[in-house]
Ligand binder design. Structure first.
Ligand SMILES: C[S@@+](CC[C@H](N)C(=O)[O-])C[C@H]1O[C@@H](n2cnc3c(N)ncnc32)[C@H](O)[C@@H]1O
Length: 363
């Protein structure tokens, strides 16, 4: 068994080299296009923190440039010298054979690729028309050079460095741009991220996977990576898209049973046996499974964070996150004799993992 790779470990080790697969990008973008076929039309799309020479983000948008009616595609990369020392780097033949190739800059400077016009005069704008140059600096998204590109963009799409996720999200959110970026599911719980989700400024993408594979350099990912079709790949659990681009899944209310039907017919034994418990430190019931949310309950309910994968904002309102009135995590008491009121002091306390408090929207 390969050792379980973890996003946490990747962040701790500041290991940010995970390259997204084409089909994962395509699936998510298709959901935006299905909802609004003109979502990318006349837009400047910027792909930061990329590796334009072989990134699937660049490939996907360059291939679909005319199809989507994109105005301009910009893609930028981070300099090899600014990455951890053990990340392998070799300039591509494309770069070496270009008259612009600079032996010094190739390691110390980031690169920019722009697709905007028909360079080779074949009457098509596609991947063969990408123009490139070295950036003035290393391509760090926090630099003033990159900030200018951010301001020019209408839509920002990437898989940013996992170790800088909070900073990256705040950075694009501040610029009030449309975006879709990848991050771990746990980022929902960050104090910088949850308020944006609660206020409906950021939501989860339309697609997700509990096991998403990324291409990784073999030198930095010896543990847990596997060779798939000749490529060194590694999976990470619970990766999500964070976006403010609308998609259809946000407009599909969950089909739910009433409370009394849940108590009789829920597929979860726990619900049939114990019903819905009340928290000790907040006026809400504990609903341990999204599909056990009672459709007719009008008060507050605590649900797992995976609820957000199914959230339709016209159906439920997000009230708060995680903490009860005492500032501590939501907790309930389990009592064997069933008399919770008498047992509150002595009974067994259960604190379920991160809960989000929601309430049904009045229709
Ligand atoms: C998770 S990888 C994703 C690469 C690419 N977007 C993809 O999905 O195929 C993040 C990339 O951001 C780069 N990076 C790390 N810190 C950065 C920074 N401060 N500014 C810009 N890029 C950075 C990393 O070197 C890495 O190549």
């Amino acid at each position: 068994m390969p050792k379980q790779p973890s996003l946490h470990r990747a962040k701790r080790e500041k290991n940010d080299e995970f390259y997204t697969q084409y089909q994962d990008i395509e699936k998510e973008m298709n959901a935006y296009l299905e909802y609004n076929p003109d979502v990318f039309k006349d837009k400047t799309i910027w792909l930061p923190c990329d590796d334009p020479e072989w990134s699937n983000f660049t490939k996907y948008f360059a291939q679909n440039f005319e199809n989507f009616g994109i105005k301009k595609l910009i893609s930028t990369s981070y300099a090899a010298n600014s990455k951890p020392k053990d990340i392998p780097y070799q300039p591509t033949l494309f770069e070496i054979e270009s008259p612009k190739f600079d032996k010094k800059k190739t390691r110390s400077h980031g690169k920019i690729f722009i697709l905007e016009r028909d360079i080779n005069k074949d009457k098509k704008i596609n991947i063969n028309d990408l123009e490139w140059n070295y950036l003035k600096g290393d391509g760090d998204f926090r630099s003033s050079e990159i900030k200018k590109l951010r301001n020019e963009a209408d839509i920002i799409i990437t898989n940013p460095p996992f170790s800088l996720f909070r900073e990256f999200l705040a950075w694009i959110h501040d610029a009030k741009k449309q975006f879709a970026i990848l991050g771990g599911q746990n980022a929902i719980t960050y104090k910088e991220v949850f308020p944006l989700i609660k206020n409906g400024e950021v939501w989860l993408g339309a697609t997700y996977s509990t096991k998403m594979y990324f291409a990784v350099p073999s030198e930095t990912h010896r543990v847990g990576s596997e060779s798939i079709n000749g490529k060194n790949m590694q999976f990470l659990g619970n990766i999500r898209w964070y976006t403010n681009i609308d998609h259809g899944r946000r407009h599909q209310p969950l089909a739910l049973m009433t409370m009394s039907d849940n108590l009789k017919f829920s597929k979860h034994k726990e619900i049939r046996k114990n019903g819905y418990r009340k928290y000790d430190n907040y006026d809400a019931i504990e609903v341990p499974f999204t599909d056990a949310i009672p459709s007719d309950y009008k008060e507050n309910m605590g649900v797992p964070i995976s609820f957000l994968d199914k959230h339709d904002p016209s159906q439920f309102k997000i009230i708060k996150f995680r903490k009860g009135k005492d500032g501590k995590d939501l907790t309930y008491t389990v009592s064997d004799n069933g008399d919770i009121e008498r047992e509150r002091e002595r009974g067994r306390k259960i604190t379920p993992y991160f809960r989000i408090v929601i309430r049904r929207k009045e229709v």
